[in-house]
Design a protein around this ligand. Structure first.
Ligand SMILES: O=C(O)CCC(=O)C(=O)O
Ligand SMILES: [Fe+2]
Length: 379
């Protein structure tokens, strides 16, 4: 894992109430309890579906449960398999698939599922069912075999170095790169011990990730950035992943706190391609709140100010590709929230595997920075 810096109805649903249910995000703990209740009633349904049903029922567990029973019966009568995918959920619970007008407020969590909403309201874009199902499963199996040897990673939270409650490892292209990463690249002031060579499936998927990420970046620039221009300091070169951090979250308690990724070797305005496999989990993002004018307030080492604008939860199902765009690391923080209830995955059990493909760029190579420093000192 790269350095963790600091580290509501079946009733007819009108457009206004869609907006409203999204704006009136539920109280988070309350939602978790309601979801856990629904999960115990419908163990075969996925978390996203349960949450969607809860939203469509304006938070009423009873109504959500009635709708889920009706939906499951309907599926059974028409011979369809009950699925956990939002395209079907939107119609199942009468939620229109539209980009919603949303705002987040202090202490609130806004849950987003559709690629349209995610692209409109966060610095990310998502592709569901990214790989052919068989390929996703092989990749998952390849990494599940490695995961037991992963270790907890140290990250910096405020001024303390703490260990994330999940395990991770780092993969590079060759043995030569491995050696360099263990002797030249600094992470939190030390060298990484556990550096591995990219595995066959990870390499095979890397090209697809490269293609998809570059397409998403093009769309991002064209439709979301001022004047349809790339951001200042964003690389104008094609994004080319050459290494990856793999994270393993074994059960709902394993999570990773809010952080931004270390930019030392990827440079400013970095882009990351992140594949999720196994158990679906919640990826949360929140804007980095501008520093207070009163320096005394910035000395308070808690999360109260950081949450001033609320947070957005993006659901990451198995076989999804999340692109963290160029504005993400400097302007937002991200985390994987602990989960009260998870849906076990048929292959992964309680585990979620995440691969973050990254592009370590030549100009930010440690020996180049060393040369630059030496040149500066020699002046
Ligand atoms: O597990 C995830 O989706 C995010 C992992 C992450 O933030 C990281 O590797 O830096
Ligand atoms: Fe991260």
């Amino acid at each position: 894992m790269e350095a963790f810096v600091s580290r509501k109805r079946r009733r007819s649903l009108s457009n206004t109430s869609v907006d409203q249910h999204i704006r009136t995000a539920f109280d988070e703990d309350d939602t978790d309890i309601k979801l856990a209740t629904l999960a115990s009633l419908y163990p075969g349904l996925d978390q996203v579906m349960l949450l969607e049903a809860l939203i469509a029922a304006n938070g009423s567990v009873e109504e959500a449960s009635q709708n889920l029973t009706a939906y499951a019966n309907e599926q059974r009568l028409t011979g369809q398999k009950v699925v956990g995918y939002q395209s079907s959920l939107h119609s199942a619970f009468g939620l229109e698939k539209k980009t919603s007008r949303v705002t987040t407020r202090k202490g609130q969590t806004l849950h987003l599922y559709s690629p349209e909403d995610i692209a409109a309201h966060t610095p990310c874009s998502i592709i569901h069912n990214f790989l052919p199902a068989k390929e996703a499963n092989s990749l998952l199996l390849e990494l599940l075999a490695e995961a037991p040897s992963y270790e907890k990673q140290a990250f910096k939270m405020f001024d303390n170095v703490v260990y994330s409650p999940h395990t991770a490892s780092f993969y590079v292209e060759s043995l030569e790169e491995k050696r360099k990463h263990q002797t030249e690249y600094l992470y939190q002031g030390g060298y990484l011990n556990d550096v591995r060579e990219l595995l066959p499936q990870m390499r095979a998927v890397s090209g697809r990730v490269e293609e998809a990420v570059n397409k998403e970046v093009e769309k991002r620039i064209k439709f979301h950035y001022p004047g349809g221009q790339k951001l200042r300091y964003q690389s104008s070169e094609r994004w080319k992943p050459n290494c990856a951090f793999v994270n393993c979250y074994d059960g709902g308690k394993e999570s990773v706190g809010y952080h931004s990724d270390q930019l030392t070797y990827v440079g400013p305005r970095a882009i990351i391609g992140s594949i999720s496999l196994g158990v679906a989990r919640e990826f949360r993002v929140r804007k980095v709140v501008a520093k207070d004018d009163n320096p005394e307030h910035d000395k308070v080492k808690d999360n109260s100010r950081a949450d001033a604008e609320g947070q957005v939860a993006i659901h990451l199902p198995h076989n999804s590709l999340l692109v963290m765009h160029a504005e993400m690391q400097e302007e937002w923080k991200h985390s994987i929230a602990p989960a009260v209830a998870i849906d076990p995955h048929p292959i992964a059990g309680n585990k979620r595997i995440n691969i973050t493909y990254r592009w370590y760029r030549e100009p930010f190579h440690p020996s180049d920075s060393a040369t630059l420093c030496a040149e500066e000192e020699g002046k």
